[in-house]
Write a protein that binds this ligand. Structure first.
Ligand code: ADP
Ligand code: MG
Length: 238
């Protein structure tokens, strides 16, 4: 586990600045949701924390260490995407084992770790299947399994549930929260879905056009929205 600190972060694409000097302190073990409409910069910020996108200006620290110049694989983070990004030709077991194979982890430890993750994520019966033989929810669980076997200090989720139908989405919210309660890994979770944010977050960060409009606990932003945009976006009582 580790805290995440975002200090005066800016991002420009060509001449266009899309993230305008953000500051954010995410405490160790927290579940923080970045919420805002499409195009407000959620993915860009998350990708900068992951190291998948260069930072134009500012500083990002994980566990007190500045990571600006650190390669994604050295950041001790794990990211889960909306499209799962599973290896189609590998069985579920191998999908989860992949990062450990790269690190030349001994087979016995790989098996122990994958079985542990499969147990937590209800994937034991599916370890020998190909991703195409799984439902959307099961695929998303495999993506999470791949993340947790790495023992990351930070989980980054980018709209992980947007490809699932409504019923499954509700179920997966609960599963992700249970996973967090169990592992207590610092989590940054991106969504444009207000209900998802309200039900999952310890704290919500509301973004608009590359600016932070408000940071607060779900009931705080709901009951005391900082401005009209937040009130309308969250659907606060008027
Ligand atoms: P969100 O995830 O909140 O929908 P993004 O972080 O994807 O938003 O995008 C924020 C802004 O940056 C948008 O205006 C988007 O068009 C722009 N943007 C994102 N990626 C690129 C890129 N690779 N090149 C140019 N502009 C980009
Ligand atoms: Mg996005």
């Amino acid at each position: 586990m580790a805290s995440v600190t975002v200090k005066d972060i800016r991002k420009t694409y060509g001449d266009l600045e899309v993230i305008h000097g953000l500051n954010l302190e995410i405490e160790d073990g927290a579940f923080v949701v970045l919420l805002g409409p499409s195009g407000c910069g959620k993915s860009t910020l998350l990708r900068m924390i992951a190291g998948l996108e260069p930072i134009t200006h500012g500083e990002i620290s994980i566990g007190g260490q500045v990571v600006n110049d650190l390669h994604p694989k050295d950041r001790n983070i794990a990211m889960v995407f909306q499209n799962y990004a599973l290896y189609a030709h590998m069985k579920v077991f191998e999908n989860m084992a992949f990062s450990m194979r790269l690190k030349k982890t001994p087979q016995a430890e790989i098996e122990k770790k994958v079985n542990w993750a499969a147990e937590i994520l209800n994937l034991v019966p599916y370890l020998n299947r190909q991703p195409k033989q799984l439902s959307g929810g099961q695929r998303q669980r495999v993506a999470m399994g791949r993340a947790i076997v790495r023992n990351p200090q930070v989980f980054l989720f980018d709209e992980p549930l947007s490809n699932l139908d409504a019923k499954l989405r509700v179920q997966m919210r609960t599963e992700i929260k249970e996973l967090h309660q169990r592992l207590k890994t610092t989590t940054v979770y991106v969504t444009h879905d207000q209900i998802e944010a309200m039900t999952m977050a310890d704290r919500i960060v509301i973004l608009r056009d590359g600016y932070i409009e408000q940071i607060g606990a779900p009931m705080e932003v709901y009951n005391r929205p900082a401005n009209l945009f937040v009130a309308e976006f969250i659907g606060s009582p008027g």
